[in-house]
Design a protein around this ligand. Structure first.
Ligand SMILES: Cc1cc2nc3c(=O)[nH]c(=O)nc-3n(C[C@H](O)[C@H](O)[C@H](O)COP(=O)(O)OP(=O)(O)OC[C@H]3O[C@@H](n4cnc5c(N)ncnc54)[C@H](O)[C@@H]3O)c2cc1C
Length: 416
């Protein structure tokens, strides 16, 4: 059923009895033309754009848990395209443009809210860096505004401006940035892909890759062997384990990242703010909870829960920026497994095994990339050529030294 005002009214007068499941739950077929491993945002978006734009035959998405159980349902929902370096700027801007038309494209309310993303600066050097990044963005046709301290104060008046440990000197604002309801993105893409005939198979873990003379021919799963013309890996935090099935070691470490939600409050902050003197960022959900997070936990892990030192660190940063938060109660927290690449930028590329493709290395920032990633990964799978805006997101950049290191911090996941 197509979602529309008419379908809402029809169900309102019929006891909500006419809705059909948002997607089917088929048994896996013996063979697909394309098998996508991982039913997170990226896997599902890839399936949607493959089915919509490319004539590749039958497609399946295999998910070891349920749709939305991974990072796509665990992130802090921020979207933006405020990048400095060639390789990232055009890619993330494509993604933001796709967010802007997403709800019409997939006929699903994903609550796309372009409420702005403001990066605060606290030193002159940091402001210089923001000027440079803002200029790069504008040269690439991306919106960016530099705010001075008074403009920041008028925009977000409740922070500590008068007696702060780290005085606020200004900020870089991207007004088109904002938030999107994360699990609605997973459900919306799943439903849209299903409507185009994609089989979404939940609770189906890929346990091995079958490779014959350097060509992948299918996947071993907990539901048996599934043959495949092409296999696309979109396992996010589990990418290293998937690549190991093909005998490959990726330039990726898996780390836990935590998020926090406060009790529901009246509207306090109508934008997204990042603190420039510590690792802390905050927005407010439509239910009223403050949504915030900070740094990764600092040790390798595949657990979807974090540790207390980072909780303390995030709260300290929060208090330094916004002392009134000391009176707010924390409602809940959780963790997700991040695929931290060694230069902080992602990989969308073919692998050394024929017909095997990789989408990984999303670090803290893969949610905002979801539409762009799916669009470009679908292009690569269908045409065997990288999409023009993703042609630097190659695996061999780590061998050739063509890194895309936004912060210039090298292979240190906690600094990206
Ligand atoms: C706390 C937190 C906050 C974040 N905040 C932001 C933010 O504000 N903005 C932003 O842009 N990004 C953010 N991110 C990052 C973002 O969520 C991720 O980069 C992105 O969601 C990863 O892509 P995905 O949605 O495809 O991942 P996932 O949803 O994790 O999808 C991968 C899927 O692969 C499945 N899988 C793995 N192995 C197998 C297997 N062997 N067989 C079958 N299936 C398998 C997993 O079960 C999982 O469902 C945040 C992440 C976390 C954890």
């Amino acid at each position: 059923m197509r979602y529309s005002l008419a379908s809402v009214l029809l169900n309102a007068v019929s006891g909500q009895s006419r809705w059909s499941p948002a997607w089917r739950s088929p048994e896996p077929a013996a063979h697909y033309d394309v098998v996508i491993v991982g039913g997170g945002g990226h896997g599902l978006a890839t399936a949607h754009y493959l089915a919509k734009h490319h004539n590749v035959g039958r497609i399946a998405v295999l998910e070891k848990g349920y749709v939305g159980s991974g990072n796509v349902g665990r992130n802090t929902t921020i979207i933006r395209s405020n990048y400095l370096l060639p390789g990232n700027t055009a890619f993330y801007e494509l993604s933001l443009k796709l967010w802007e038309g997403l709800e019409q494209d997939i006929n699903f309310n994903a609550m796309v809210s372009q409420r702005g993303v403001l990066n605060l600066c606290h030193t002159d050097g940091q402001r210089d860096a923001y000027v440079r990044r803002g200029n790069a963005m504008r040269l690439n046709g991306v919106d960016a505004e530099l705010l001075d301290a008074d403009q920041v104060r008028a925009f977000v008046p409740f922070f500590n401006f008068d007696n702060a440990r780290f005085p606020i000197k200004g900020g870089l604002l991207q007004k088109r940035g904002g938030t999107v309801r994360h699990d609605a993105v997973a459900w919306g893409y799943a439903r849209a892909a299903d409507r185009r005939g994609v089989d979404i198979i939940q609770h189906c873990e890929v346990t091995g890759l079958r490779i014959d003379k350097g060509v992948v021919t299918g996947v071993e799963t907990t539901k048996g062997f599934i043959g495949a013309g092409k296999v696309a890996l979109a396992g996010a935090g589990h990418s290293s384990r998937l690549a190991a099935m093909a005998g490959m070691r990726l330039p990726i470490e898996s780390h836990v990242l935590q998020a926090f939600v406060s009790e529901a409050l009246k509207p306090m902050i109508d934008t997204v703010v990042t603190f420039g003197a510590g690792h802390f960022y905050v927005s407010q959900s439509d239910k009223g909870g403050l949504v915030f997070g900070g740094d990764i936990d600092g040790y390798n892990s595949y657990a979807q829960r974090g540790n207390l030192p980072v909780v303390e660190d995030v709260m300290e940063s929060a208090m330094a920026l916004w002392p009134a938060l000391g009176r707010v109660r924390l409602l809940r927290s959780w963790g997700g497994v991040m695929d931290m690449s060694m230069d902080g930028s992602p990989i969308i590329d073919k692998m050394p095994v024929d017909n095997l493709y990789l989408n990984a290395g999303w670090c803290y920032g893969g949610f905002k990339a979801t539409p762009g990633s799916g669009f470009c990964f679908a292009h690569l799978i269908a045409t065997d050529q990288p999409h023009a805006v993703a042609d630097r997101l190659r695996l061999d950049r780590f061998a050739h030294g063509a890194l895309i290191d936004e912060k210039g911090v090298g292979a240190q996941p906690n600094l990206h």
